[in-house]
Design a protein around this ligand. Sequence first.
Ligand code: ZN
Length: 216
Amino acid sequence: MTSKLQPRAAVVLEELLAGNERYADDRPTHPHQGRRTRATLTAGQHPLAAVLACSDSRVPPTLVFDQGLGDLFIVRNAGQVLSPDALASLEFAVLELDVPLIVVLAHQACGAIRAAAATFGGDDIPEGHLVQVLAPLSPAVAFASRHASDADDLDALADLAGHTHLRMTVTALRLAGPVIATRVADGRLGVVGLTYELATGITRMLGDHVRPTAAA
Ligand SMILES: [Zn+2]
């Protein structure tokens, strides 16, 4: 599956990747913060992009992309699940805030993915409402359990499930009609997937779309 980004989305993605490079290199600029920015933003918000990210405390999108106030419209839950609530919030960003890009931000060693992998095929029922987090991850875990070189290796299983979940989420989002799918189809909106590495701070692109270029 390939998705070519239109110029407006490509420029935004370049800006986010440049910010991530600054962050990973320990030279963030922490833009758009402070009293003057707060005052300016009282008139409204015009974020660059929407982000669907995991709630993990180690992966805060505004820091990871070295952005500031008003720059990112962020939807977070454990495992960056495209729940009905999450989809509705992303549709708000598209319809009301006219974002040209949605980034799905996964990360290495996700606890939600690992928990889903650990409980998959087992006899334990998750406590409380945790099943609402883990159940949507089951298709990715099922795929990974069939394709992992060693399904008994929980780390390897969770890693493959995490990549699969990201790929499935990006695909589902691109096809989420009518608001998002229509705009993806006619080029007004881009949807991309990135994976964050905990140790390096680097985000890597999901390999199913074209890197932005000047000619994109
Ligand atoms: Zn996570």
